[in-house]
Design a protein around this ligand. Structure first.
Ligand code: BES
Ligand code: ZN
Length: 587
């Protein structure tokens, strides 16, 4: 027995799933999917074999081979992180298995929204979020990025609702009070990239290969915010090679979506907080687009090598931004990333878990949602940037492209990275001491630093209350840096003056608004508590929830308020956010 992934029961000695057929009926009343999953093997079994599948809280009805002959199966022991896996007993000469089942009412991949939690307020909404290990709460499968599958799917939903998937839409049929939507994913993907949403949805074309989906009331704003998507695609293609997924559509999610964006292939999911009205948050689109190469085409073999997904993607995101908006802007983003990285490393040190600040991690017994941090993103980015500086840009671009072509539609680990770069550019890794980056905690002291005139100008202002005319040209990103760099010793008067001059309390850019709330809380201000409460009641993106809850929890005066806010919002939180925040508050 050999397991390629500490978060999956997938076993190399057992059959490999190559293609999935999934037929699901969505029932809002019971908050369940009734479904059939057919897993087609890469090849027929040569002899009788166990076949272990990841599952979490699925209610299994029948298990058969492809011809309907019943197969023996049993439940494996339940594990708090892995879930409730299944063991099927498959005879020789079998090409696949079929399971019919129902999802549990608390499936961790799903959020079921009441009409009141949507923008339109009239129809319910359902969406999935499978990364890192939630696909198993939807489908019994080999839930590891070490396995890739193509799929065909159908979803039956109540008439009047639309189902979209991160796949090619084929056709839909209306019968009585249900509509069935059919989809196909011809490229092989890791299971964490399976995704769908059901709700009152409309779409608008942005370019011949891109459209945006959202609830009807948000569509115009969304189309305006993301109007430049084709320029992003063109810039990315010239950097990383042809776009392999045909379409790049966007779906603006309900506010409870726990991430800024999720790179579901052909249909990126985005938080509605990107709709700032000034296109100031489109770097998230660049990030998810970049995953089309780094992550979706070349995929980390498991969560221990997550930096190969996210570090490469942050690097690619900033290269796209540099091409579109110039070096000053991409450098300011790098500076924001560095602030986050330093905070995160300090937190891990304080928690006595510095090993989680290595790029290559050991996550046996650790839930990937709990281990999640900016470290693989920003430390990974810095390593690639150090390599770029050492190799020279042109040479490094070639290395990056050959990495992407060599491992196209494959799964990679950190040793693959080392051997690719060592073979293609002997001595380069040693030049930046890459093994230290990979296997030691913290950030090396010679890590590259962002530099730009606009950064320097912001730094010079930090701690002051600028005059309006001194900062009239600042954009959202400068304000965010300014707030992050302001000392946590500002007085109530200084805070009030800042707010009355620059209106952070009503900032439309959520990054700026949250940076303001954190600065105020950390300076001991109570004035912003109602704003914090309003934001937590409105926005589910964990990037905002986690630091706000942490800041409240850290001070005795507001720790009780943190618990109250959690209780109050518990029912409306996404299941992943609920779990992460409740652990944080020590529940
Ligand atoms: N793939 C991630 C989101 C994710 C990571 C979901 C791990 C579940 C487990 C996505 O690409 C991402 O990184 N989103 C960021 C965007 C940011 C870095 C621009 C986010 O949500 O903040
Ligand atoms: Zn990402």
């Amino acid at each position: 027995m050999a397991r390629p992934d500490p978060h999956s029961v997938t076993d190399d000695a057992q059959p490999t799933t190559r293609h999935l057929e999934w037929d699901a009926v969505v029932e809002f009343a019971s908050k369940r999917l009734t479904a059939t999953a057919t897993l087609h093997f890469k090849e027929a079994t040569k002899s009788a074999t166990p076949f272990d599948l990841d599952a979490r809280a699925l209610e299994i009805d029948t298990v058969t081979d492809l011809f309907g002959a019943a197969l023996k199966w049993e439940a494996l022991p339940i594990d708090p992180i892995l879930g409730s896996p299944l063991r099927l007993h498959v005879p020789a000469g079998v090409l696949g298995v079929r399971l019919s089942y129902r999802t549990g009412p608390d499936a961790s991949a799903l959020q079921w929204l009441e009409p009141s939690q949507t923008h339109g307020g009239k129809q319910p909404y359902l969406f999935s979020q499978c990364q890192a290990i939630h696909a198993r709460s939807l489908i019994p499968c080999q839930d590891t990025p070490a396995r890739r599958v193509s799929y065909r799917a159908s979803m039956s939903v109540p008439a009047g609702l639309i189902a979209v998937m991160a796949a090619a839409p084929l056709r839909s049929e209306v019968k009585a009070d249900r509509t069935t939507f059919h989809f196909e994913m011809p490229q092989v993907i890791p299971p964490y990239l399976l995704a769908f949403a059901v709700g009152e949805l409309a779409s608008k074309d942005l370019s011949p290969r891109s459209r945006v989906w959202s609830e009807p009331g948000l569509l115009e704003a969304a189309a305006w915010e993301f109007a430049d998507v084709e320029r992003h695609l063109t810039a990315a293609e010239s950097l990383f090679g042809a776009y392999d997924w045909e379409r790049f559509d966007l779906l603006v999610m309900p506010p409870s979506f726990p991430y800024g964006g999720m790179e579901n292939p052909r249909l990126t999911f985005l938080t509605p907080t990107l709709l700032a009205g000034d296109r100031s948050m489109v770097n998230v689109v660049a990030h998810e687009l970049a995953h089309s190469w780094t992550g979706n085409l070349v995929t980390n073999v498991n969560a221990e090598h997550f930096w190969l997904n996210e570090g490469f993607t942050v690097f690619a995101e900033r290269r796209i931004l540099e091409a579109l908006e110039g070096r000053e802007v991409s450098e300011m983003h790098a500076a924001l990333g560095r602030n986050d990285l330093d905070d995160s490393v300090a937190r891990f040190e304080k928690a006595r878990t510095p090993e989680l600040t290595k790029l290559r991690t050991n996550l046996t017994g650790i839930d990937p949602d709990e281990a999640f941090s900016v470290v693989p993103y920003e430390k990974g980015y810095l390593l690639l940037r150090a390599l770029e500086a050492a190799a020279g840009r042109e040479k490094f671009d070639g290395l990056l492209k050959s990495w992407l072509t060599t491992h196209r539609f494959g799964s990679v680990n950190t040793d693959d990275f080392i051997s690719h770069f060592e073979t293609s550019a002997p001595g380069l890794l040693a030049k930046v001491n890459a093994l230290k980056w990979i296997d030691s905690p913290g950030v090396p002291s010679d890590a590259p630093r962002a530099t730009s005139a606009r950064l320097d100008a912001v730094k010079a202002m930090a701690g002051k209350v600028p005059e309006v005319n001194e900062v009239s040209k600042w954009s959202a990103i400068e304000w965010q840096l300014f707030l992050e760099w302001s000392p946590r010793t500002l007085t109530a008067d200084q805070l009030a003056m800042l707010d009355s001059r620059f209106h952070f309390s009503t900032a439309k850019n959520t990054e700026v608004h949250v940076a303001w709330l954190l600065l105020s809380l950390q300076c001991g201000s109570k004035v912003v508590l109602p704003q914090v409460e309003a934001l937590i009641g409105r926005v589910g993106r964990m990037k905002y929830l986690k630091p706000l809850f942490a800041a409240l929890h850290a001070q005795p005066a507001t720790a009780g308020f943190a618990k109250q806010l959690f209780e109050k919002n518990n029912a409306r939180l996404h299941p992943i956010a609920r779990q992460v925040i409740s652990n944080m508050l020590g529940k």
